[in-house]
Each structure stands twice: as structure tokens, then as C-alpha cells.
Ligand binder design. Structure first.
Ligand code: CA
Length: 222
């Protein structure tokens, strides 16, 4: 059976929201509707959607503001802005502030569905879920979810480092090798240990294991 994709529809016009929900559910999507900016932010931060369809004029918090806040928290769920503000300057603003795609209202339903499919496809190519000790690393959204800690947002460098280890979970990496692969712009080797420290602080001590005299390896599973 095909995987069910989830869509967050952010729309304060209840008739349009119901129509979109029905349309998308008819296409097999799991749909959540948020009718204002605060609810949209809450949903976007707490649930993992495959795509967001985002109105701009919303009560509470403007749609692009919601998007910017989500991006700042490391949420990279692709967003299609669907707005009455449809002139070129509006579109440019939307794309610059974190949207992957933009459609003016009124819009064509088949085109909307095609663009949603395209966003999901493209996002799937760039994201990956990797096993890490006690949880998973979502490279696409740069978040790790670990038992007991919940969802943790990583910096770009922390994520690169952990991804590097998680892609070869049995391999011991030397400090020099890591320095070359991940921190080639750093001028001193201590940066490797600093990042090991950061990651252990965020994800627990066991996420990275020290192999004395050799280097580091992804921690034991479990
Ligand atoms: Ca609106």
C-alpha cells in the first residue's frame, strides 16, 4: 500500500478550507486544517507534515510570518502559499520568506494537486531518516528524535556531523578524518570534540562513543 502523505492546510476561510480538505482527502491525503496563524504554528511545530498549503491573510499571525517562524525552528516541510495576493512582488516576497511554491487565488484545482505532488516528490529526494542511538535523525528537517528527549533541532554543522557518523554506523572516524570531511574550514582540531560535546548535550551521552586513541563512532543502538 502506498504511504499516506499528510497535508497541513492553513486557511481561515472555512468554506475554502472545507473544500480543500475534501479535495485532498479524495486524493488520499491525511489533512489537518488550521484556521489561524497560531494554530498553524502549533501544528507545524508539533506534527510532521509532508506539505503545507498556506494562506497569507490570517487572524493572529500572517501566513508568511508563520512560515518564517517554522523555518527558524528548523522545520523544512515544503510550503505552497495560496493567496489572494498574487502579483509578482507578492510571489517574490513569499518565496524569499520561505515558501517553495506560490499560487494566486483564484486557482485551478488540478494545478494545485500537481504542485503538491511535485513538492512532496522533490522533498522526498532531499530528506532522509537515519537510525541513531535510541531514535532517528531526520536530515531534511535537521531534527533528531530520541527516546526521553523528544524532538531536538540541530544546527547545520551538528546535523552534518551526526549524518556522517549515522551513514556508516560501524566505522570509527579519526579526529583528523572528521576535521577534513566536516570541518574543513576550521583552523584547529578541537572543533571535533566541541561538536561531540554539543551533540551529547542535546541527544544524550551515548549518541557518540569515544574509541580511545582512535576517534569516534556512532553510539550503540537502543
Ligand atoms: Ca485568508
Amino acid at each position: 500500500m502506498a504511504e499516506e502523505h499528510s497535508v497541513l492546510v492553513v486557511e481561515d476561510d472555512s468554506a475554502l478550507a472545507s473544500m480543500l480538505k475534501e479535495l485532498l482527502e479524495g486524493e488520499g491525503y491525511d489533512v489537518v486544517v488550521a484556521a489561524d496563524g497560531q494554530r498553524a504554528l502549533h501544528q507545524g511545530l508539533t506534527r510532521d507534515f509532508d506539505v503545507m498549503v498556506m494562506d497569507r491573510g490570517l487572524p493572529g499571525l500572517e501566513g508568511l510570518e508563520v512560515l518564517e517562524r517554522l523555518r527558524r525552528k528548523g522545520i523544512s516541510t515544503p510550503a505552497l502559499v495560496l493567496s489572494a495576493l498574487g502579483n509578482p512582488a507578492d510571489r517574490v516576497e513569499g518565496l524569499d520568506r520561505g515558501a517553495e511554491d506560490y499560487m494566486g487565488k483564484p486557482f485551478d484545482l488540478d494545478e494545485l494537486l500537481a504542485r503538491i505532488r511535485s513538492l512532496i516528490r522533490r522533498h522526498a529526494d532531499t530528506s532522509a531518516m537515519l537510525r541513531i542511538p535510541g531514535g532517528v535523525l531526520d536530515v531534511g528537517s535537521r531534527t533528531a528524535t530520541v527516546d526521553g528527549t523528544g524532538r531536538v533541532v540541530l544546527s547545520e554543522r551538528e546535523c552534518d556531523f551526526l549524518e556522517h557518523l549515522a551513514r556508516r554506523p560501524q566505522q570509527v572516524f579519526t579526529r583528523a578524518g572528521l576535521l577534513e570531511s566536516i570541518f574543513s574550514d576550521a583552523d584547529e582540531g578541537g572543533v571535533v570534540d566541541t561538536y561531540v560535546h554539543y551533540l551529547r548535550k542535546k541527544l544524550g551521552r551515548s549518541c557518540i562513543r569515544t574509541v580511545r586513541g582512535l576517534g569516534y563512532v556512532l553510539g550503540p543502538p537502543g
